[in-house]
Write a protein that binds this ligand. Structure first.
Ligand SMILES: [Zn+2]
Length: 286
């Protein structure tokens, strides 16, 4: 069982994205492959993230070709971009898809091979290239967990990778980056977060600490998810949801998940559905 209770590495709260530039400079990294998607590239989120990088003179190359369910092709192209531009670390910016793609790019950058080589449990030999994971949704927890999911487009299968070497260097959860998130996405990712907390509560791997974390997450989601969906600009609700996903992710990162996620990944792969929608439909299975 892998324990990841590292609060100090995970800045949470309004304005914490501004700490990213000085933090990277202190560590001495020079050039990032910034892994994101087309929506975020064209949104007001990107300038908020680039500002602290520019202020510290940190270089970056934007790779925005990640699809909603990231594919092996997305990952392979990301690795090529990273190598061509000589990047020495990765910034992942987005919800589950850019985070998952960045995790796989990071692992291949140091271990070589192709995405299929890492399907399953702890298949890599070396730690991945450092990832600064900046989350823009409140739900998938992909920025803070050791799990990632890549679609093998030829086999039409979602490959689940669980790999301690893929854990991000830091994960950044700033609710100010989530204010423009559309209602549908807020609801879907919020239901994903609720599913994580519920599954981790009832799974055989649950124990006293993870159960408390799950219950804390469920209480926050019950109160604040309806508010975040009703009014995306409700910063108090957005911040509470960020705290909820953090609690829930620490729970399932240690206790594990269950049948809903096993089925949701396959449903998403076959019908190309958003992960949170699959979880919401299947949650009664728990
Ligand atoms: Zn999930």
């Amino acid at each position: 069982m892998w324990l990841h209770f590292t609060f100090h590495q995970n800045p949470i709260g309004k304005g914490v994205v501004n700490e990213v530039g000085p933090y990277i400079k202190e560590l001495g990294y020079k050039k990032a492959l910034l892994v994101t998607d087309k929506f975020i590239e064209g949104s007001d989120i990107l300038p908020k993230v680039l500002k602290p990088l520019n202020a510290e003179g940190i270089e970056y190359v934007i790779f925005s070709d990640v699809e909603p369910n990231p594919t092996c092709k997305n990952v392979t192209e990301g690795v090529t971009a990273l190598e061509e531009h000589g990047c020495d670390f990765i910034i992942s910016l987005g919800g589950g898809s850019p985070q998952d793609a960045a995790s796989c790019i990071s692992i291949i950058a140091t271990n070589g091979g192709k995405p299929q080589d890492y399907e399953g449990l702890h298949k890599s030999a070396k730690k991945g290239l450092p990832v600064v994971a900046i989350n823009t949704t409140a739900g998938t927890s992909a920025e803070i967990t050791i799990n990632y999911v890549i679609t093998d487009e030829e086999r039409k299968v979602k490959m689940v990778m669980v790999d301690k070497n893929s854990l991000a260097l830091i994960s950044v959860n700033d609710p100010e980056l989530m204010l423009s998130k559309p209602k549908g996405l807020t609801a879907a990712t919020g239901m994903d977060a609720l599913t994580h907390a519920v599954e981790a509560l009832v799974t055989p791997g649950a124990y006293n600490v993870t159960k408390k974390l799950s219950i804390g997450a469920i209480e926050l989601i019950k109160e604040y998810l309806p508010r975040a969906v009703a009014n995306g600009q409700d910063i108090e609700a957005r911040e509470a949801m960020v705290n909820a996903i953090f609690l829930g992710s620490m729970s399932f990162n240690n206790a594990g998940l269950g049948y809903v996620h096993s089925m949701a990944h396959q449903l998403g792969a076959v019908y190309n559905l958003p992960h949170g929608v699959c979880c919401a439909m299947l949650l009664p299975v728990v």
